[in-house]
Design a protein around this ligand. Sequence first.
Ligand code: GLA
Length: 414
Amino acid sequence: MTAKRRLHGALAGALAAAQLACIGLAAPGAAWAQQAGGLAATPQMGWNSWNKFACNIDEKLIRETADAMVKLGLKDVGYQYINIDDCWHGSRDADGNMRPDPQRFPSGMKALADYVHARGLKLGIYSDVGATTCGGRPGSRGHEYQDARSYAAWGIDYVKYDWCDSKGLNAVGAYTTMRDAIKASGRPMLLSICEWGENKPWEWAQDVGQSWRTTGDIYPCWDCEMNHGSWSALGVLRILDKQAGLRKYAGPGHWNDMDMLEVGMGMTEDEDRAHFSLWAMLNSPLILGNDLRSMPAPVQGIIGRREVIAINQDPLGVQALRFYNQGQVELWAKPLAGDEWAVMILNRGEAPLPYRWDWKQHRISDDLSKREVDFNKDTWRWQDAWTGKRGDTDKRLDVTVPAHGVVLLRLKKA
Ligand code: GLA
């Protein structure tokens, strides 16, 4: 995706340094890191306008989405952020202050933030490291401190910061500048790094943002790539397979972001359940991407499933590991707080799969969390996170894993 998107480059690193020098700021200290980390002690949950609406957004949509979030009980299960993606922008005023599109956001961002806050939710906004966003709107380049100040004044809680028009920019510098700008604004705002994994943000972004995208954009399909010419959007399995080796970089306050959810956007129910389960198991932020104002009951059932959300929001914050795979089947395990585990069987294949699993034949061992389970030593009780069905590990598991689907179990020592 680089060629198309990195339109022009050069001076921003220098600009950023000059801006910093002018304002006389030191790098953020431990106290800030702690405060900022507290913003995403567990992966952030919310909604974002892009996947469904792209540039077709306005304040009415944002208000109605906030209302739906509360009315449907999604706020009660943990969704918190209402995030406006690209294309909210109007133009800068004579002093360079960014203003929202006066036709689409006539009441202004402060009024919108007040509306969202009054419902106990938080408001997110979008910008870009370049002079131009991916949607061709004004980016923050050279205006980082000014934009962060505007966001703070409006009452924004979350900044998604994109990577278009970034040619010649140093990613560490560009994202660190926005982090420092947010800090200087005095308002804690979650920084969601959207750099598509091009500069390995997992290696440097722990103290920069609360999450970083690991891949290019998602597409609502199981295992396809949607070709856009210079870049392609990725289906669920394509994104999953790009997470190999990344789990050790994530933890409370800094998450691998597998991109926004496509639940309710055209895949089958089994695919949607698997997609949601995978994002939960891998501790990805859960940012809904469908139209919350009108959604079929099964979709609501998936995104509202407390038992699955609890796996994503587990306070231990350890991403799942793949501990077994054979053909189209993968087994994933996630250590949970309180000596519990989640175990997921993934069927990547085209046909429903009758599957038997003898717990006692397979020890689970995780070098990262130093946790281990030997089913020969103890009996564990499991409960299916989707169906509620129960069993224990003394008996062989006997299940049918749907095509393009999962079985997701939560285990507790008996
Ligand atoms: C990029 C991002 C997307 C979205 C669009 C908006 O493609 O990766 O998530 O924000 O830009 O233009």
